[in-house]
Design a binder for this molecule. Structure first.
Ligand code: ATP
Length: 320
């Protein structure tokens, strides 16, 4: 393979830039040219791309966001849009494509492979950690660390006033950010889309913790359940505690990637190019049990994300 394309698509995630760098540098190492496509599939359809060199990716390993920018592109859902995307690839002699994004972006890659025979490799870049085939996605670790930083600060003020803090985190339909941030911040309760909550049980748990000498409580709620405001209102109406709501919001998408995310980015980017170089396409890369793996795109996108109930039980046991 002499020339490949690279794009970031869907929601941005810290570590995408580090992955761009790894793809570009590995490809150049092997004498493969890389074209950086701007704004995801929109740039592929509009033909907005430039050739990337060693120095195009200098000084980005530590930056959040994505240098190539990203977009959600409805045209890519249509056959006409996909044909246009393929025409752009053919025009530039691009023989393979690396797509950094979430499951929607992988479906876009799958459509190019299935419908038009373009070899594609997906790199999981999303803070949500909502892909079953990989233990971690790029950006998840950084997003959780950002949540921890904010929850630590909230704990200071909540303890001083003996309040309950309801903190809303992202994750769409997946409770992983809430689960990991909850366990590692010492939150007493997490509320996630995967498990139906019972407000009476939550109040009993808070009462017990107060009877045991706790002066504040942290409840981490995933956005897929309801807003922190709505949950705090319900709780306030049913108790005499002072309840405050905080929505972390887009802050958790930004920031310098952690070591863990930069390491994943380096390994995912490197692996993606190795696969294309060896003529292997239609795969996604990931990490499982500390090993970098690759899997068929169709198999990967059809796997249903499982919630880690064991970790949830751990939180229940250690957070009182
Ligand atoms: P995140 O998890 O951060 O939201 P994502 O990759 O899942 O990332 P989506 O908005 O679902 O984000 O998808 C990104 C883009 O991928 C879409 O805007 C669209 O261009 C393309 N895409 C999504 N689903 C399909 C599909 N079924 N066929 C072709 N292209 C698709």
């Amino acid at each position: 393979m002499k020339r490949i394309g690279l794009l970031t698509s869907g929601g941005d995630a810290p570590g995408m830039n580090a992955a761009i760098r790894a793809v570009v540098r590995t490809a150049i190492y092997y004498g493969i040219e890389v074209f950086g496509i701007e704004r995801g599939y929109a740039g592929l359809i509009d033909d907005t791309m430039t050739q990337m060199e060693m120095r195009s990716v200098s000084d980005i390993v530590q930056r959040g966001g994505t240098k190539l920018r990203t977009a959600r592109c409805l045209e890519m859902l249509t056959e006409e849009g996909q044909r246009q995307a393929v025409a752009t690839l053919e025009k530039h002699g691009i023989e393979g494509l690396v797509v950094i994004g979430g499951d929607g972006s992988f479906r876009g890659a799958k459509s190019l492979t299935e419908g038009f025979g373009i070899p594609t490799i997906g790199i999981p870049g999303t803070i949500d950690n909502d892909l079953e085939y990989t233990d971690y996605t790029l950006g998840f670790d950084t997003a959780v660390n950002t949540c921890l930083d904010i929850i630590n600060k909230l704990r200071d003020t909540m303890t001083s006033h003996e309040r309950i803090s309801v903190v809303e985190v992202m994750g769409r339909h997946c409770g992983d950010i809430a689960l990991y941030a909850g366990i590692t911040s010492g939150a007493e309760i997490i509320v996630v889309p995967e498990i139906a909550y019972n407000m009476d049980d939550i109040i009993s748990r808070i009462n017990r913790s107060r009877a045991n000498g706790k002066r504040s409580n942290i409840i981490v709620i995933a956005e897929g359940v309801m807003t922190a405001d709505a949950f705090a209102k319900q709780l306030q109406e049913m108790t005499s505690y002072s309840v405050r709501a905080t929505t972390i919001g887009h802050i958790q998408r930004g920031g310098s990637p952690t070591m863990a995310d930069r390491m994943l980015a380096a390994q995912f980017g490197n692996k993606a190019v190795h696969l294309l170089k060896d003529g292997i396409g239609n795969r996604v890369v990931g990490i499982h049990k500390n090993e970098i793996i690759d899997m068929d795109i169709i198999e990967a996108v059809s796997m249903k994300k499982k919630f880690n109930y064991e970790l949830y039980e751990t939180l229940q046991m250690i957070s009182m």
